[in-house]
Ligand binder design. Sequence first.
Ligand code: BES
Ligand code: MN
Ligand code: ZN
Length: 503
Amino acid sequence: MRITVNGGIRSAGKSDLIAVPCYLGKKGAEIDPVWAPHCKKEVAALLGTGDFTGKAETQKVIYAPATPLGAERILLVGLGEASALTPESFRRYGGIVTSLARKTAGKRAVALLPTAGEFPTRAARARAVAEGLGLGAYSFDLYKKTDAAKRSQQNISAILLLLPDEKELAEARRAAAAGLNVAFGVNLCREVGNLPANDLGPVELAERAKREGRAAGLAVRILDERALRREGMGALLGVASGSARPPRLIALEYAPRSGRRAKGAPLVFVGKAVTFDSGGISIKPADGMQDMKFDMCGGAAVLGAMAAIARLKPKRRVVGIISSAENMPSGTALRPGDILRSAAGLTVEVINTDAEGRLVLADALHYAKRYKPELVVDLATLTGACVVALGAMNGGLFAKDAALADRVRKAAAEAGEPFWPMPVDDAYFELIKSEVADIKNSGGRYGGAVTAALFLSKFIDGFPWVHLDIAGTAWTDKESAYTTRGATGCGVRTLVRLAETWA
Ligand code: BES
Ligand code: MN
Ligand code: ZN
């Protein structure tokens, strides 16, 4: 699908569908005032019925072959109250446009830029809408070569994002391209996240990361089993020991054009990529186990973010580290009671082999240190306890430094990804103190998300660190404006925002 940006209603041309932004007004739906004069007649009857209110994330299609807008269909999209618009309202608008356009028989769609609300620039609007257009275009149909799936790929091949006139057109074009780069990264994360574990193990993930990384211009480093042994990564190797598939540690490095001389220490993003989490010997119940193919979404988010960052070219150096293993039960598997030696030198008593995420992250967080990071952010589908605490509406954000937590939370919110602050408090340490090793990998049910974060904190050696638990937000059963069932791509936009704005 191609997305172009133009200015002025005359350049709309003929299309199969034209999307019109509408707002929730005091007396029913209000068409965006800039665009209203062009479509009043066609939609008057609908507005008269009161069937469409302009409430956020609502939509109505009108078939209007005679419209002066030159489209067969008019898609009215509600953005909510004009005074309460945020970039997220614009993303959702874009998402609704492409996800609906994909389902129509046409080839060409036009999305009119929403003009209401307070936004610093037209470019900011264009970026948010383009991001949504890109996100709404995604569907996971690699394994469904049915007629319907084929058709959905053949539909709408071009979308025109239309500005009221040619003012700031060049800036808006650049901003829309940036928004599409972000969507590319999110969609890559979703695609890799959705792949079933039989087709995506650690080796395949590393191959994919190499391919995507090289295509984007990143330096890619892959540590195989021998290299992991050389690094002493007993925690990651321990998790992988039950699987026939060997583990991998993947490093993706981005440097701005000025290269080595680039000022400032890098941001380092670390992701958990357990390509399937059966629980290991502490095996999970069968019910819902299929969802554990998504246990690599933290790593997938790091991959997606790095692919986007390489295209957006921020000034800051950024490194992505993906720690990947498959957690399986077998005769060679990790057992409860085993003691592992991590790369950091700390020994870990394994209480529960299902608490494997913190083990694969421990060695990756230690590896992050060699980059002398300015900030490390890790992402992981780490605990069921975080899902119990926060549901699917917020990820958990853990940091020892409250000011740092605020900063990252703000960046995430701006990117449209809500996180809620949680403690990383040494008072919980008694729960993961071991009699026989330096630390144990499970503190039981109570405070499960916090003890997991506290475990990670023991592998942080002197650099600022934030942990994001995305167990509840990395996948979804619900369809909404720009999300489909499966992997959501959660985390990508937060990481990209951090890379772009970290001063
Ligand atoms: N990958 C899971 C966490 C998870 C659970 C994510 C449910 C999404 C939905 C993680 O590896 C795990 O199994 N954690 C255990 C830890 C426990 C054994 C201390 C958990 O949360 O139950
Ligand atoms: Mn587990
Ligand atoms: Zn897991």
